[in-house]
Design a protein around this ligand. Structure first.
Ligand code: S3P
Length: 441
């Protein structure tokens, strides 16, 4: 597939539901009593893999209307009442779904096997399995050249699992969430200590479903999140806002393409997710947020962007957790900016769907953009973007979408070797972009 240079992306759009909240609404609906109604669920492959896993663990999950509306019903089994799945849970490409589910089942005395595609099987699972082992979880995992604790793997919770207190050593919402979800079926108080705040959807939604959860924050910002195990959860109505990570593709496309004016409605604006928008504003983007409001306990709003001459900035390391999935598309924006953009604190990019730091740097260089890849940093020297290359996407949806956006404003078209993975998070990406005036085919 390739994208060609265009002028004038224009229109008002919505992007599909937030992936993080979609996974969590299915998972919490599964362990709640009663029927959870979800509207705006992201109907993409990653979330559907989680739905399949929750069905295998006992939930009844069905659409409530036409495909594409995002209206779904989850009949939960209740907390502590998951069933032993009949076969392996296949998570495809879904890191979040698999890691959160490892936590969810860690307090159950039965075996659960996790499998995934080549990308997911290469990703480290020790970061969630290690704290879960402290509860008594037994793990039988695969060691590859990439390291230990890879999928396929089987976990088996202890007959009497132990509630733990765990200080998260990497800034990871998945690790925090796995430990908290494990605590749901463990007697006593499970505590996660989080020195660097990451997306807080799990703790917010647990509170919304009626869990006994308490959060205390130290003067230095360290958060202590404590959950009382074995309480009841009650089914909820969940409205999933538009995914800010998906919105970043049309937003950057409009900024770098001449004569563009695009509005994305109903975007999630939780401050743990908006680092890219802050950075783009610092870079000189004509980006305005209007109609800020609350929906389902989250901040949302409409984002309008118009073509802008961007300038290079330094993106500090402490901003990384709030924009961790947005560095590939920020790198594309940086390629069109005047001057250098320094992105710091990027070590976590190496363990995403691919090594996003290395793959982004290679793809930038292939398209004639000068950049320097450090151990955990990237410097992009912006200005001219010749384009013209075909880039390798390594089973990574965000790499594919980012470089298709680059081709809309480069001197020559940009091709990507594979676009199937876009379906893991943003099935509508190509038609939606083309409806704004893009040429992606
Ligand atoms: C996610 C957390 C982040 C992010 C991922 C979604 C979540 O991963 O990259 O796309 O929903 O909890 P880490 O926890 O590994 O930072």
């Amino acid at each position: 597939m390739n994208s060609s240079p265009v002028t004038g992306l224009n229109g008002k759009i919505r992007v599909p539901g937030d992936k993080s909240i979609s996974h969590r609404s299915l998972i919490l609906g599964t362990v709640a009593n009663g029927q959870t109604r979800i509207s705006g669920l992201l109907e993409a492959d990653d979330v559907m893999a989680t739905a399949g896993a929750m069905r295998a663990l006992g939930a009844t999950i069905s659409r409530d209307g036409e495909a594409g509306t995002g209206d779904w019903l989850v009949d939960g089994v209740g907390n502590g009442a998951l069933l032993e799945p009949a076969g392996p849970l296949d998570f495809g490409n879904a890191g979040t779904g698999s890691r959160l589910t490892m936590g969810l089942v860690a307090g159950y005395d039965f075996p659960v096997t996790f499998t995934g595609d080549a990308s997911l099987s290469g990703r480290p699972m020790g970061r969630v399995l290690n704290p879960l082992r402290e509860t008594g979880l037994q793990v039988d995992s695969t060691t590859t050249d990439q390291g230990p604790d890879r999928m396929p793997l089987t976990v088996h919770g202890a007959p009497l699992p132990v509630a733990i207190t765990y200080r998260v050593p990497v800034a990871s919402a998945q690790v925090k969430s796995a430990v908290l979800l494990a605590g749901l079926n463990i007697a006593g108080t499970t505590t996660v200590i989080e020195p660097v705040m990451t997306r807080d959807h799990t703790e917010k939604m647990l509170a919304g479903f009626g869990a006994h959860i308490e959060i205390n924050t130290d003067d230095d910002g360290t958060r202590h999140i404590s959950l009382e195990g074995q309480g009841d959860l009650q089914a909820q109505d969940v409205t999933v806002p538009g995914d800010p990570s998906s919105s970043s593709f049309p937003i950057v496309a409009a900024l770098i393409t001449p004569q563009s004016d695009v509005t994305v409605h109903d975007v999630l604006l939780n401050p743990t997710r908006t680092g890219l928008f802050d950075t783009l504003v610092e870079m000189g983007a004509d980006l305005t947020i209007s109609n800020r409001r609350q929906s389902g306990g989250e901040d949302i709003g409409d984002i309008r962007v118009r073509t802008s001459q961007l300038k290079g900035v330094t993106v500090p390391a402490d901003r990384a957790p709030s924009m961790i999935d947005e560095y590939p598309i920020l790198s594309v924006a940086a390629a069109f900016a005047q001057g250098e953009t320094h992105m710091l604190g990027l070590h976590e990019l190496r363990v995403k769907e691919c090594d996003r730091l290395a793959v982004t740097a290679t793809a930038l260089k292939a398209n004639g953009v000068e950049c320097t890849e450090g151990e955990d940093s990237l410097t992009v020297r912006g200005g001219r973007v010749p384009g013209g290359a075909e880039i390798a996407t390594w089973l990574d949806h965000r790499i594919a979408m980012s470089f298709l956006v680059m081709g809309l404003a480069a001197e020559k078209p940009v091709s990507v070797d594979d676009t199937v993975m876009i379906n893991t998070s943003f099935r509508e990406f190509v038609p939606l972009m083309n409806s704004l005036g893009a040429q992606i085919s």
